[in-house]
Design a protein around this ligand. Structure first.
Ligand code: SAM
Length: 355
C-alpha cells in the first residue's frame, strides 16, 4: 500500500471531504426548506423573486433569499435574473409525495449531538443504540427512505411475484409485519387487501405511535399496530404471511428471531424477508453506488442496533448475506430460503422462506 503523498490525490481527497461536509450542511438546508414549506411554496408560485416567495410564505425575505441561493447552487432550483423556480426533478423528489422518487422526510432532522456522544460511548463499551433510543424523529426519516418505493411497488410488483400470494391475501390471511417501523408497508398491504388482518409489530414506541397515526389517517380498519419483538410472534401465530423488511441485520440475536418466526408461521405459511443486497466483504460491496452512506448508516443506526445488547451479532447494514440467512434459516428448521431480486428495488434482496 502506497505511503508517499500524491498532491493530485490530496486535492481530490480534500474535495471529497468537503463534499461530505457540504452534504451535512445541505441536508440541514433541505430539511429547513421542507419544515418551512419552502419547496412546496416555490412549486405553487412558479418563478418567483425572494420577495415574492417571502410574501407567499410569510417568512423574512433576507433568510428566504439566502435559502434560494443555497438550493439554486445545489441545482435544486433554476435561477434567472433574480427569479427562482424549482426544477422538475426536485419537485418529484421533494414536493410530490406520491412520486416513486419522493424523498420527503429523508433529510432530517440531522443527527444530534446526543446521538454522536452516544456513538462515541458505544465505540468504548461495545453497546450500541436501539432504533428507538435515537428519538422520535428517527422512525420518520427511516420510513421516508423506503416509503416511496414501498407505496409504488411492494404490493403490485414484489408481493405479486410470489406464487399464489396475491390470491391468498385477497382471500383473507393473517399477515404480520414484524419490525414494521412507522408502518408504511403494513398500511399498503392492509389497504390493498381488506379481507386480510394485518398486524404491525415493532419494539419502538415512537415507530408504533407514528404507524398508528398513519393507519388512523388512512381510516383502515383491518390494520393494528402493537409494541413487541420477534419474541412476541408465538402469541400472534399461526401466521399465514410474515414480512420482515430491512430488520434482520439490525437484530442483536438474529438466530433467535428466525427461530421465533419459524415457530409462529403456519405450516403452509410464507415469510418474505427483504434485506440490503450486500455482497459480503468491503471490496465486493464497492459496486454499491452509495457505499459510504451504507457503512456510515450502519455505524450510526444498523450495526449500532445489532450491538445494542451484550453479545450482539452486530451484522449491520451490509452483514446479512445470502449465505448467512440461508444458514440461520436452515438451523431454525425452514425447508427453503429462496433469494430473488427486483429491478424496481436495486438496494434490497428478497427471500421467500417456507417451513
Ligand atoms: C430499518 S428499520 C425497518 C422498518 C420497516 N420495516 C421499514 O421497512 O421501513 C428496522 C426496525 O426494526 C425494529 N426492530 C429492532 N429490533 C427488533 C426486534 N427485536 N424485533 C422486531 N423489530 C425490531 C426497529 O425498531 C426498527 O423499526
Amino acid at each position: 500500500m502506497r505511503t508517499d503523498l500524491d498532491f493530485e490525490l490530496l486535492g481530490q481527497t480534500v474535495q471529497n471531504l468537503y463534499g461530505f461536509k457540504q452534504g451535512e450542511m445541505m441536508s440541514a438546508i433541505v430539511h429547513v426548506g421542507e419544515q418551512l414549506g419552502l419547496f412546496a411554496a416555490l412549486a405553487e408560485t412558479g418563478p418567483a423573486t425572494s420577495a415574492e416567495l417571502a410574501e407567499h410564505t410569510g417568512l423574512h425575505e433576507r433568510w428566504v433569499r439566502e435559502w434560494l441561493h443555497a438550493v439554486a447552487a445545489a441545482d435544486l432550483a433554476f435561477h434567472d435574473d433574480g427569479r427562482f423556480a424549482i426544477t422538475p426533478e426536485a419537485h418529484a423528489a421533494l414536493v410530490d409525495a406520491d412520486h416513486p422518487a419522493a424523498m420527503l422526510g429523508v433529510f432530517g432532522p440531522p443527527i444530534t449531538h446526543r446521538e454522536i456522544d452516544r456513538t462515541l460511548e458505544a465505540f468504548r463499551t461495545g453497546i450500541g443504540m436501539t432504533w428507538n433510543e435515537h428519538g422520535e424523529h428517527t422512525c420518520h426519516f427511516q420510513a421516508a427512505m423506503g416509503a416511496a418505493g414501498q407505496k409504488a411497488w411492494l404490493v403490485p410488483v414484489i408481493l405479486d411475484s410470489f406464487d399464489g400470494l396475491t390470491q391468498r391475501l385477497a382471500d383473507g390471511a393473517t399477515v404480520v409485519d414484524i419490525g414494521c417501523g412507522a408502518g408504511v408497508a403494513a398500511t399498503e398491504i392492509a389497504r390493498a387487501f381488506p379481507g386480510s388482518t394485518v398486524i404491525g409489530i415493532d419494539p419502538s414506541d415512537h415507530a408504533i405511535a407514528a404507524a398508528a397515526g398513519r393507519a388512523a389517517d388512512a381510516g383502515i380498519e383491518n390494520l393494528t399496530f402493537r409494541e413487541g419483538t420477534f419474541d412476541d410472534l408465538p402469541g400472534v401465530g399461526p401466521i399465514d404471511v410474515l414480512l420482515t423488511l430491512d430488520v434482520l441485520h439490525d437484530l442483536p440475536h438474529p438466530g433467535a428471531a428466525i427461530r421465533a418466526a419459524r415457530g409462529a408461521l403456519a405450516d403452509d405459511g410464507v415469510w418474505i424477508v427483504a434485506d440490503i443486497k450486500t455482497r459480503g466483504g468491503l471490496e465486493d460491496n464497492r459496486k454499491i453506488p452509495v457505499l459510504p452512506l451504507m457503512y456510515s448508516m450502519s455505524i450510526l443506526y444498523c450495526m449500532s442496533s445489532a450491538m445494542s445488547e451484550p453479545d450482539g451479532a452486530g451484522l449491520g447494514t451490509l452483514g446479512l448475506t445470502e449465505e448467512v440467512l440461508a444458514d440461520l434459516a436452515d438451523a431454525a428448521g425452514f425447508g427453503s430460503c429462496e433469494p430473488r431480486t427486483f429491478d424496481v428495488d436495486p438496494l434490497n434482496r428478497y427471500f421467500e422462506l417456507r417451513p
